[in-house]
Ligand binder design. Structure first.
Ligand SMILES: [Zn+2]
Length: 197
């Protein structure tokens, strides 16, 4: 048994008994919605790395790995959905899984935005650290510049600070710095600034 690509009802004839679309028309409707959703997902996939550079959480690289996983899972689903729609094959479960992924990058972006933008506390903690390396990867959104300093957190060796271009150029390995960290409105500590000691 196949299901209508548009409304998901069981289909017994070429015309869907529930929404009245033929299988060809349902495919067109499905594709239209699919493109729109994919656009929303891709826009979110640009928004999240962008916001993450403005209010970078200390564990940004971990979040980026999670985000990368979501991104590739969604792209894989999109490719399979496209092929199954073309062959008029069952795709209800995958369609719902894909819809579930669409807003995830936006949710991550909104979370970091709220965490940083609404962090009105004056409570900046400064941690003394030494720069022991740096790393620059040019990227589509804003690139990834990291300053590595020894960590003050237990069980963690290095902090990989997402710095801007100025701070990236200002410091080199061996520099003594103070790293400003704010607690975050949602409790996600984020890196506020780095200063020469
Ligand atoms: Zn239908």
């Amino acid at each position: 048994m196949t299901r209508c690509l548009d409304c998901g009802s069981p289909r017994t004839a070429d015309q869907c008994p529930s929404c009245g679309l033929t299988s060809a028309a349902a495919e067109v409707m499905f594709r239209r919605r699919f493109l729109k959703r994919t656009g929303v997902f891709l826009a979110g996939s640009l928004a999240f790395p962008y916001v993450s550079q403005i209010y970078p959480p200390l564990d940004l690289d971990l979040m980026l790995v999670v985000f990368g996983g979501i991104f590739f899972a969604a792209l894989t689903m999109a490719v399979i959905l496209d092929r199954r729609a073309r062959n008029h094959q069952e795709l209800e479960v995958l369609k719902h899984a894909y819809s579930g992924c669409i807003l995830l990058p936006w949710i991550l972006a909104a979370m970091l935005l709220v965490n940083g933008r609404l962090d009105f506390s004056k409570d900046i903690t400064y941690h003394a650290a030494t720069v022991d390396g740096r790393y620059n990867m040019p990227g589509i959104v804003r690139g990834a510049r990291r300053l590595f300093v020894n960590s003050w957190r237990e069980g963690q060796k290095t902090e990989r600070l997402a710095v801007n271009a100025d701070d990236y150029d200002r410091f080199k390995p061996g520099d003594q710095v103070n790293v400003g960290v704010k607690p975050g409105a949602l409790g996600i500590p984020w890196y506020f600034g780095v200063y020469r000691r």
